[in-house]
Design a binder for this molecule. Structure first.
Ligand SMILES: O=c1nc[nH]c2c1ncn2[C@H]1C[C@H](O)[C@@H](COP(=O)(O)OP(=O)(O)OP(=O)(O)O)O1
Ligand SMILES: [Mg+2]
Length: 202
């Protein structure tokens, strides 16, 4: 495991919600973040069919373009009764052609569960894969997941993406009803971060 010794980390994401959560996770380590969008880095095509494959594409593209270490996050929601969908295609389900519509994407999840007559609880998990890529082409992989269930109707206005329909096991709140500290403490991203953090120990 290599150490990250800087005080500002390039996060190879164009997703503001992820960036804010990662910023809060890093704050106690005295590391701030800069997002790929702020540096006007292009959004690479995510052509792999695994989280780790797509996280590698994003992390290495940013590390190559800047000569800096870069952290990418590839994540998604896997619904058991839908055979693990949307999974790696979680962002694609929200694509409208002119941006992303997560209300539409959440309706799609719910409609498919209704069509499948899926019994309650409609179990699901969020998964997160971090890839930390070094400018010399090496990388390290850290994964986390959180089990829960899909609820309907949507609840809460915090968080991002599919948070309003995901209720983690052991909680009565959806991710969108939690503040980001509470979410980070238990989330797929928080859990992957617990492993990544050894790279920031200083
Ligand atoms: O904590 C989460 N709470 C709610 N939804 C979430 C979460 N974590 C991932 N998600 C959803 C958002 C996106 O639709 C997909 C990830 O897709 P993914 O390609 O990894 O991210 P993205 O395209 O939004 O940003 P980017 O690739 O620039 O990092 O899963
Ligand atoms: Mg993406």
């Amino acid at each position: 495991m290599r150490r990250f010794t800087g005080d500002r980390l390039l996060v190879a994401t164009h997703n503001r919600g992820k960036l804010e959560e990662i910023a809060h996770l890093l704050e106690p380590y005295g590391v701030s973040v800069v997002g790929a969008a702020e540096l006007n880095l292009p959004e690479p095509e995510e052509t792999e069919d695994t989280f780790v494959g797509n996280a590698r594409i994003k992390a290495h593209a940013a590390a190559r373009a800047t000569g800096l270490p870069a952290l990418a996050d590839d994540s998604g929601l896997s619904v058991d009764a839908l055979g693990g969908d949307p999974g790696v295609y979680t962002a694609d389900w929200a694509e409208t052609g002119s941006g992303r519509d997560f209300a539409m994407a959440m309706e799609k999840v719910w409609t498919k569960l209704e069509e499948a007559n899926a019994p309650e609880p409609r179990t699901a998990r969020f998964r997160c894969t971090f890839v930390l890529a070094w400018p010399d082409g090496q990388d390290e992989v850290f994964e986390g997941e959180i089990p829960g269930r899909i609820v309907w109707p949507m609840r809460g206005d915090q968080g991002h993406g599919y948070d309003p329909i995901f209720q983690p096991d052991g909680f009565d709140l959806t991710f969108a009803e939690m503040d980001r500290w509470e979410k980070n403490r238990i989330s797929h991203r928080g859990r992957a971060f617990e492993k990544l953090v050894t790279a920031f120990d200083r």
